[in-house]
Design a binder for this molecule. Structure first.
Ligand SMILES: [Zn+2]
Length: 264
């Protein structure tokens, strides 16, 4: 029974991932998110059977049926990662309660928390891909997301002051660097992402996420320098590390904190 639910969650995640790909492209092109999917290269509408997450990419061998140009690996990758993270949010954060008949018991806070986690994951994926490709974090993504996670967290019983202070700390951590460097080290989008992380993760989650992000960022940065792909001081989009740090914290905050305090 549980496995069946996980498969459904995975398929749901694939579909959302497909939507996120479309959303990322249309945000970039400043188009409405309504309307049928089309090939970015030849503009031809994509038939439903060519628009099935991951599978269509494999059947078409990564090429558009109409123009034959290659379809970016971003499409199946984002779909698959979204599916995987949706399953992990479902599986990791919640002990499935099963009744006498073996059916999973869903209570309302479980569902709201799941929606909140899926929402945070989806937003972070959009920010990750957008920052990776175009070195930009869009306010049209972060600001509405701030409001939505803030409301969902309040419904879930988060402390109002914890959320507000955490949001301010998350935002001002980057704002200070932004002001000192006159926008050279980080962009204004990172300040709004810091605010979003604060409102999404609360305190001390936001701090955990920032530490993890900088840790991953420095390893990846040193790796890129060692591999000769980047030089000291070259621009690396910070948002990609912050989003990864946020998702890791979302999943394993309790474990990370107890591990850390055991070290002390
Ligand atoms: Zn095409």
């Amino acid at each position: 029974m549980t496995n069946l639910i996980l498969i459904f969650v995975f398929i749901f995640g694939l579909i959302i991932g497909s939507f996120l790909n479309c959303l990322i492209w249309r945000l970039h092109k400043k188009e409405s998110i309504m309307g049928r999917s089309y090939c970015p290269k030849c503009k031809k509408q994509i038939a439903w059977y060519d628009n099935i997450p991951v599978l269509s990419f494999m059947v078409l061998r990564g090429k558009c049926r109409s123009c034959g140009k290659t379809i970016s690996w971003q499409y199946p990758t984002v779909e698959f990662i979204t599916g995987l993270l949706f399953v992990m949010a479902f599986y990791l954060n919640y002990k499935l309660q099963v009744d006498n008949y073996g059916l999973v018991i869903f209570d309302s806070s479980f569902i709201i928390q799941l929606i909140r986690d899926w929402f945070i994951i989806a937003v972070m994926i959009v920010i990750f891909i957008y920052d990776l490709r175009w070195y930009l974090i869009l306010d049209i993504v972060t600001l509405p997301a701030c409001l939505i996670v803030f409301v969902l967290n309040l419904i879930l019983g988060f402390n109002l002051w914890n959320l507000l202070i955490s949001g301010i700390i998350g935002g001002s951590f980057f704002l200070i660097q932004f002001v000192i460097s006159k926008g050279k080290w980080i962009g204004g989008g990172d300040v709004r992402l810091g605010l979003l992380m604060g409102l999404a993760l609360g305190w001390p989650g936001v701090l955990t996420a920032i530490i993890i992000s900088y840790f991953i960022g420095s390893i990846v940065g040193l790796g890129l320098i060692a591999a000769g792909k980047k030089q000291w001081g070259s621009e690396v989009p910070l948002g990609i590390f912050l989003t990864v740090g946020a998702i890791i914290t979302l999943f394993w905050q309790t474990q990370i904190l107890s591990w850390y305090f055991n070290l002390l």
